[in-house]
Design a protein around this ligand. Structure first.
Ligand SMILES: [Zn+2]
Length: 155
C-alpha cells in the first residue's frame, strides 16, 4: 500500500519532469537540461521558470545544436560547414561551441538557475529539520487521503 503510493508519486514526478523536458525542447530549449531541473527541484518550479524566462531566439537555439543559418539561403547548416548543402554557396567555417560557451550563450538562464539553487540551499540549511517535519506531515495527510479513497473504492 505504502509502496504503491510512493511508486505513484515517483512515476508522476518523473512523468511531469519528462513533460517539462518535452515542452522545453518544443520552445527551442535544452530538453535534457530542463528535465533535470524539473526532476531535481520540482516539476512545478521548472514549469514556472520555463514560463518566466524569455524564449531563446531561433539563432541561439540553432547554435546550441551546433548549427547556424546559412548567410545566403538561411537554411540551418553545420557550424563547421564550408559549403552550404542547400544552396551550394561557400560559407566561412566556424568553430563548434564548447559546452562552456554554450552555457555562456544563455547567461540569463544560467544565472537564474544558479540563483535559484543558491536560494533553495540558503533557505533549506537552517530550517532543514522543520522542512523535513512539514514534508513528512504533508506525506502523511496525502497518504491518509489516498487510503480513504482506496477504502471507498473497496466497498
Ligand atoms: Zn545556403
Amino acid at each position: 500500500m505504502l509502496t504503491s503510493f510512493v511508486l505513484f508519486y515517483l512515476v508522476s514526478w518523473i512523468g511531469l519532469s519528462i513533460a517539462i523536458g518535452v515542452a522545453a525542447s518544443a520552445v527551442g530549449r535544452d530538453g535534457v537540461g530542463w528535465f533535470l531541473i524539473a526532476a531535481i527541484t520540482s516539476p512545478l518550479v521548472a514549469a514556472i521558470l520555463l514560463l518566466v524566462l524569455p524564449r531563446p531566439t531561433s539563432e541561439s537555439a540553432l547554435r546550441r545544436q551546433g548549427r547556424r543559418a546559412c548567410p545566403f539561403c538561411a537554411e540551418p547548416i553545420r557550424m563547421e560547414a564550408k559549403l552550404c548543402p542547400h544552396c551550394r554557396s561557400e560559407v566561412p567555417a566556424l568553430e563548434r561551441l564548447t559546452p562552456w560557451q554554450q552555457a555562456l550563450e544563455r547567461p540569463g538562464e544560467v544565472i537564474v538557475v544558479l540563483g535559484f539553487v543558491g536560494i533553495v540551499v540558503g533557505l533549506t540549511l537552517p530550517t532543514r529539520d522543520r522542512l523535513v517535519q512539514s514534508w513528512s506531515q504533508l506525506e502523511q495527510s496525502a497518504f491518509e487521503i489516498m487510503e480513504r479513497l482506496v477504502a471507498r473504492f473497496d466497498q
